[in-house]
Design a protein around this ligand. Structure first.
Ligand code: 5AD
Ligand code: SF4
Length: 445
């Protein structure tokens, strides 16, 4: 069958999309980009904000005609929204054949086989696989995706789910409690990938600082980094995402010690700069503790890139609360930030509070914070002009095919002229120009 995977959401979802693609390709499927050319469309969904869900709903509406045109076609909805909204999706979109939750991705292979043999799908009510996997032991990590955006770069999920209870967030209800993958498994996978030519591995976990806590064998992010550090051929290790309440200063010392291979970058969402709002969000830290963590990171790893996320317009957020967020952003000097307008998610604690910041005010705060961060990103990037950055070359530049694009050690995008045979290798680039989004330069002689 020709299979098309349409994906929404975070890196964990992209990772799952890659796993699905690999799984079905192993079964002989052809992976295509255009849903119109597919016999089987898989929509991998996200529930994090209403906007992400709305896009899926409208896509499923548009796929109704496609599905009806040929009774042999199949349509699957998978991932976080499939988990949370299975019944309402089934009621609203009877043309969907399969609904598979984020914890049951491994079952898509079986459903595909049954589809091919004519044993599954094509009825008026979708086949559902949601909730805890009947295998139930948390070992369903599968292999890292065989289909990767770049052959020299790979992700490995080291934990799944989340034990935090941030009041605005759907992740725990969509992906369940946190389960770590055994360190030996991860190491084996990393060795295999390195032997296949992978040069950079990014470890994925919703709150990666707590990796290993549930294994009870002393595994931690630090011990994992030390193990992977030894793998021949791996040039770069990264990990995302950190949680400020769990992050230990030890981590930065370990990063400093292993700094030739563990890259100086952390993504550590602050969400707000107001202690009152942080309390309502149940984040488990104060702005002071957060800023202290950044100090510790910078002291241990000079030049470390720090990225963050913020939500504006959380229930009861006043102008004064928002000013504290602006102030935190000014002090923290993030390399980059992802900024979101609060979106109440059914079933979360925060959704019980009135969503009382008007949309227009959310928009103003979002724009103000965006402008401030752009100014900071540009200033920090301009400070790199004249420096030489070590860059792992990813691909031709998206905007100018004669140029190459890659990432610096601290995860900045670097664009420079060069031949495509450099893709997958490390080069030194002298920086000549900078914007808020990227550095531009030439290969250093
Ligand atoms: N509304 C707005 N943004 C949210 N995020 C998570 N939940 C919500 C929500 N209900 C943001 C957080 C998180 C990122 C992945 O999405 O900033 O870090
Ligand atoms: Fe990722 Fe959260 Fe969206 Fe699920 S809901 S895809 S975990 S961002």
């Amino acid at each position: 069958m020709r299979v098309c995977i349409l994906a929404f959401g975070c890196q964990m979802n992209d990772y799952d999309s890659g796993r699905i693609a690999g799984m079905l390709r192993d079964r002989g499927a052809e992976i295509v980009e255009d849903p119109k050319k597919a016999d089987f469309v898989i929509v991998n969904t996200c529930s994090v904000r209403r906007h992400a869900e709305d896009r899926v709903l409208s896509l499923l509406g548009r796929l109704r005609a496609w599905r009806k045109r040929d009774p042999a076609r199949r349509l699957a909805v998978v991932g976080c929204m499939a988990e949370r909204e299975a019944d309402s999706l089934a009621g609203r979109f009877p043309h969907v054949d399969f609904i598979v939750g984020a914890r049951r991705i491994a079952e898509i292979g079986r459903l595909y086989d049954e589809t091919l043999s004519g044993a599954a799908g094509g009825t008026v009510s979708p086949i559902m696989a949601i909730g805890e996997s009947p295998m139930g032991d948390g070992t369903d990590f599968g292999r890292a995706p065989a289909l990767r955006p770049f052959p020299h770069q790979a992700y490995i999920a080291v934990s799944r789910g989340c034990n935090k209870r941030c009041s605005y967030c759907v992740v725990p209800s969509a992906r369940g409690p946190e389960k770590s993958r055994a360190m030996n498994d991860i190491e084996e996978e990393a060795r295999r990938l390195a032997a296949e030519g992978v040069r950079e591995i990014t470890l994925l976990g919703q709150t990666i600082d707590s990796y290993g806590g549930d294994l009870g064998d002393g595994s931690s992010l630090e011990t994992l980094l030390r193990r992977l550090y030894e793998i021949p051929g791996l040039l770069r290790l990264r990990f995302i995402t950190n949680h400020p309440a769990n992050c230990r200063e030890d981590l930065f010392r370990t990063m400093a010690e292993l700094s030739d291979r563990v890259m100086p970058f952390v993504h550590m969402p602050a969400q707000s700069g107001s202690d009152r709002i942080l309390g309502l969000m149940r984040r488990g830290y104060t702005r002071r503790k957060y800023l202290r963590l950044l100090d510790a990171a910078r002291k241990a790893c000079p030049g470390i890139g720090i990225a963050s996320d913020f939500i504006v317009g959380f229930p009861t957020e006043s102008r004064a609360d928002f000013e504290e967020t602006l102030d935190l952003v000014r002090r923290a000097e993030f390399q980059s930030c992802f900024l979101f307008k609060y979106s109440p998610r059914p079933g979360t604690k925060a959704a019980e509070m009135p969503d009382d910041v008007p949309e227009a005010e959310k928009r103003i705060r979002h724009a103000e914070l965006t402008a401030l961060q752009a100014e900071i990103s540009e200033r920090l990037n301009r400070a790199r002009i004249g420096s030489v950055e070590e860059v792992l070359v990813d691909s031709p530049s998206k905007t100018d095919a004669r140029q190459l694009a890659g990432r610096s050690r601290s995860f900045r995008i670097v664009i420079f002229p060069g031949a495509t045979d450099l893709i997958g290798s490390l080069v030194r680039v002298k920086i000549e120009k900078a914007t808020a989004l990227a550095l531009y330069g030439r290969i250093a002689q």
